[in-house]
Design a protein around this ligand. Sequence first.
Ligand SMILES: NC(=O)c1ccc[n+]([C@@H]2O[C@H](COP(=O)([O-])OP(=O)(O)OC[C@H]3O[C@@H](n4cnc5c(N)ncnc54)[C@H](OP(=O)(O)O)[C@@H]3O)[C@@H](O)[C@H]2O)c1
Length: 198
Amino acid sequence: MLSILKGVFGKNESKKNGMKRNSVYIATSIDGYIADANGSIDWLHSVPNPDNSDMGYGAFTSEIDAIVMGRNTFDTVHGFDMDWPYEKPVFVLSNTMTLIPESLKGKVFLVKGGLKAVLSEIHALGFERLYVDGGATIQNFLKEDLIDDLYLTTIPILLGGGIPLFAKLTAVQAFELKSSKVLIKQLVQSHFVRNRKK
Ligand SMILES: NC(=O)c1ccc[n+]([C@@H]2O[C@H](COP(=O)([O-])OP(=O)(O)OC[C@H]3O[C@@H](n4cnc5c(N)ncnc54)[C@H](OP(=O)(O)O)[C@@H]3O)[C@@H](O)[C@H]2O)c1
């Protein structure tokens, strides 16, 4: 139960009432895949980035309170040969994971169930602006019209197959383009905001 974590986070988290947002910040191939047919994301680094641009990632993550990711994405990141990259709490959606690796205790929390219930629990802990990550996870959020911002960075490559970012929806969802930038002369990063009035 996440409710026991209230004592962990207490009042340290700033309350940002009315700022609940679920945001996606993700890179895709031209043909809309987030991982190739082998599940690899090596192609994300196919464009030279000599000045180590963070592609706006630091600015984006400074505006979020916590991350909600699918278990497959957790496994990918945890498998990288590097230190845990997230400073903010990470809520991992999983029906199968039962244990959090010792080194990640206090940083990673397991959640499961209906997304609206999961979101209520996370909001109750004071985390309102959420970074939603993972293909199936983003698709599940979109199915329930729970995504407010899409920051999509297109890498100039056709993968021909792999894990798609998008899946079928039962209803159209309108978005507004807030900005579009060319990064390192090769990538296009667009910020779309959900417009529920249309
Ligand atoms: N291109 C990019 O920028 C980018 C970004 C992120 C990820 N990726 C790649 O995308 C791939 C991962 O995406 P993915 O589509 O395979 O999956 P994912 O969304 O990361 O994980 C799916 C898993 O999340 C769990 N899950 C989702 N919703 C749940 C819910 N409501 N309750 C309980 N569990 C829930 C389930 O785990 P259990 O099976 O444990 O129940 C499910 O199998 C990786 O290859 C990763 O590297 C790429």
